[in-house]
Design a protein around this ligand. Structure first.
Ligand code: NAD
Length: 329
């Protein structure tokens, strides 16, 4: 790359953006990916490298500068009070260590992370008023999402009423368990219908339905992991999860508060080995600075929080999951 001229880089950047925009549209809007995630990720990384090398080629509309989803469904649009961002990702333990070093350098001391599984679904935002579910929405383009409230009423693990009359907003992942996915695809196959490429697309295609009765029969689940603007007494991500669990949200109980990189690597190894035996798909591990004040201190870029990072599982493992599935979309 060092030998590329500006003109050559400009051409490559344009071609990468065209490809990535097309793939992102197929993935986010049509819920029907045209390529496997690792192909998308490699092209995305190449674009990031070129934009770092040639900063004059960075434009606001580049996929590296905005959250990927688009809004062309007929669902009602919802403006998010707090943007729903994407997440930075790394593909090796060395890069994860470098992330930790950057965080420590900015904060000035060692920090603890809440280490969580990265659930392979789509983000969902839930708003409660006086303890009642009033609105559910998708991430969309991060600033504006789609209203899926009627659909969320058919997801059995989403509390419709909370035990306390709280006005609150939470976020999490809406996903389809592996069993529900296999059943849905076999039913569709029998009827001669197109099968879904993977559980993530099945979840997105099932939640983003104008006719909520379709969602009702799709057996979706959630893991809630974010409390947007929690009250003062909640000081950390792990406390937020504990409190959300006690309020009846379905949370993932595998998360651990860890500070040492060796412990974090052991967690990664453990779930790399266990991932196929889980009842839901995961595509990596997420590290979140546990202390909410430190999260605020680190802040966000236009696209990603600086206090969290996803370690993505190696592509060959991801590929085995996709290849097991009949690829007809
Ligand atoms: P992302 O999916 O890599 O990461 C951000 C998302 O992770 C969040 O929005 C949230 O929904 C989810 N998440 C899961 N578990 C979480 C947890 N415990 N805590 C917080 N968030 C959690 O980022 P993205 O911007 O949504 O998508 C980019 C990725 O999507 C790419 O890396 C690629 O793998 C895939 N993609 C694939 C194609 C394709 O054609 N195959 C196209 C576009 C995007």
């Amino acid at each position: 790359m060092a030998d590329l001229t500006l003109d050559e880089a400009r051409k490559e950047v344009a071609s990468l953006r065209d490809k990535l925009d097309q793939w992102a549209d197929a993935y986010y809007s049509k819920d029907a990916p045209e390529v496997e995630d690792n192909v998308y990720d490699q092209n995305y990384q190449r674009l990031v490298e070129l934009e770092q090398q040639f900063p004059q080629l960075v434009t606001q509309d580049s996929i590296t500068q905005r959250v990927g989803g688009q809004l062309d469904s007929e669902l009602t649009k919802v403006t998010h009070q707090v943007p729903m961002l994407s997440m930075g990702d790394v593909f090796s333990k060395e890069e994860l260590r470098a992330f930790d070093e950057r965080v420590q350098k900015q904060i000035g001391h060692e920090v603890a992370y809440n280490v969580e599984l990265k659930i392979d679904g789509l983000s969902i935002n839930l708003e409660y008023t006086d303890g009642k579910l009033t609105r559910a929405s998708t991430r969309g383009n991060g600033l504006v999402g789609e209203d899926v409230t009627p659909n969320a009423r058919f997801i059995s693990d989403i509390p419709q009423t909370l035990p306390e009359k709280l006005t609150m907003e939470v976020r999490g992942e809406c996903y389809m368990g592996k069993e529900a996915f296999a059943k849905l695809n076999s039913e569709r196959d029998e009827k001669g219908e197109t099968v879904f490429a993977n559980p993530r697309n099945a979840a997105a295609g099932s939640l983003r339905q104008l006719d909520a009765s379709i969602t009702k029969h799709r057996n979706l689940s959630t893991f809630i992991y974010t409390w947007v603007n929690p009250p003062e007494e909640i000081k950390s991500q792990h406390q937020a999860i504990e409190k959300m669990t006690s309020l009846g949200f379905h949370t993932n109980q595998t998360g651990k508060r860890l500070a040492k990189m060796d412990e974090i690597f052991a967690f990664i190894d453990e779930y790399t080995a266990k991932r196929d035996s889980l009842q839901y798909g995961i595509d990596g591990i997420v590290l979140k600075v546990d202390d909410l004040n430190l999260q605020n201190e680190l802040g966000n870029t236009v696209k990603i929080p600086r206090w969290e990072i996803a370690y993505k599982f190696p592509p060959e493992e991801q590929a085995t999951v996709v290849h097991e599935i009949k690829w007809t979309v």
